[in-house]
Design a binder for this molecule. Sequence first.
Ligand code: SAM
Length: 330
Amino acid sequence: MLKKGILRIIPTSVKPLGWVVLNNILGSYGQKFIGTGGAINSARSCYSVWLRHLVMSYKIGFLTHPPDVVAELGPGESFGVGLAALLSGANKYYALDIIKHSNINQNIKIFDELVDLFMNKEDIPDETEFPELRPKLDTYKFPEYLLTQEHLKTALSSSRIEEMHNEIINLNETNEKYISIFVPWNDSRIIKENSVDMIISQAVLEHVDDLKTTYSAIYQWLKPGGFMSHRIDYQSHNTSVKWNGHWGYSDIAWKLIVGRALYLINRCPHSYHINLIEKAGFQSNVNITYKRNDGINRNKLAARFRTLSNDDLKISGCFIQCSKPDKSKY
Ligand SMILES: C[S@@+](CC[C@H](N)C(=O)[O-])C[C@H]1O[C@@H](n2cnc3c(N)ncnc32)[C@H](O)[C@@H]1O
C-alpha cells in the first residue's frame, strides 16, 4: 500500500529500489537490520582507507609524522580506521556516530589483523582489491617515510598493543585512555575545543543532516593547524536507477522515501559542502572531484535542484582535505 503510494509520485526514470522502501517501512530498525551500507568492514579495507587519508595528508604537507589525536565521523560497522590510527602512533581516537553499528568481537578481530598488517608493513591494498575506494594513490607502497622503523617500534610495542587490546574488550565503556565513543553524538561539547589533530570520515558526510553544525563542530574541535580529511559520495545510494536520480525527486517523494529512517542521504551537492566549509573558517587545500556523465539530465531535475551548476550535476563524489588556519602564525 505504502509502496504503491510512493511509486505513483516518483518518475519512472528515478524509481527507488526495493531496499529503500523496506528501509522506509522499518525506520531506524531498518538501519540496524540492513547495515550501514558502508564498505569498510574488514581489517584490510580499514587499513587501506586509513593509510590513503594519511598518505594524502603527508603529500599536501599537513603532517610530517602521524597525528596524535584523531576523531572519526561515522565509523560504521567497526572502529577499524581509528584502530589503524592508534596503531600508527595516535594516542587518542574519538568515534562519533549516530547509531551503534559495531560490536566488540568484530573490533577485536579487526584490531588483531591490523596489528599483523602494520607489523609486516604490508603495502596499501589498491584498486585491484578495492576498485571503488577513493582517494586513489600514486603508489600503494607502505609509507615507510612516515611510519619509520623507529616510530613503529614504539607505536607497536607489545605493552601498547596489549593495553589497547584490553581496552577494546571492554569497549562498552565509552571514555577510555585510547578510545572514546560518542554514539549518538549531538553536542559539540563532547570533545574539548582545539584538541584534535585530524578528523576523518569515509562515506559519511552525504548522510549527515545538519552539515552546518557538523562542520562548525569539527572546526571547533581541531587544533589550529589541524585538518579534516573526507571522502564524500554524492551518488543516489540505491534510491534511484541513475547515479544522480535522487536530485529528480520532488520534496514530497523524497520525504516518503526517507520515511522513518534515522538517516539516508542529505542530497547536498558538492558546492554546498564547499560553501559551508569556507564559511566555517577552513582553508580548502585539497578538492579532488570525481565526475560522471551518465546521470539524469537537467530537464529531469526536481524544482529544488533546477539551479544545480553543470559541475554539481556531474560531481558524483569528492575527496577533500581542509585545514583550520593557525592564526598565531600570521
Ligand atoms: C555509509 S556508512 C559509512 C561507514 C564507514 N565510514 C564506511 O565507510 O564503511 C555511513 C555512516 O555515517 C553514520 N552517520 C550518519 N549520520 C551521521 C552523523 N550525523 N554523525 C555521525 N555519523 C553519522 C552512519 O551511522 C554510518 O555509520
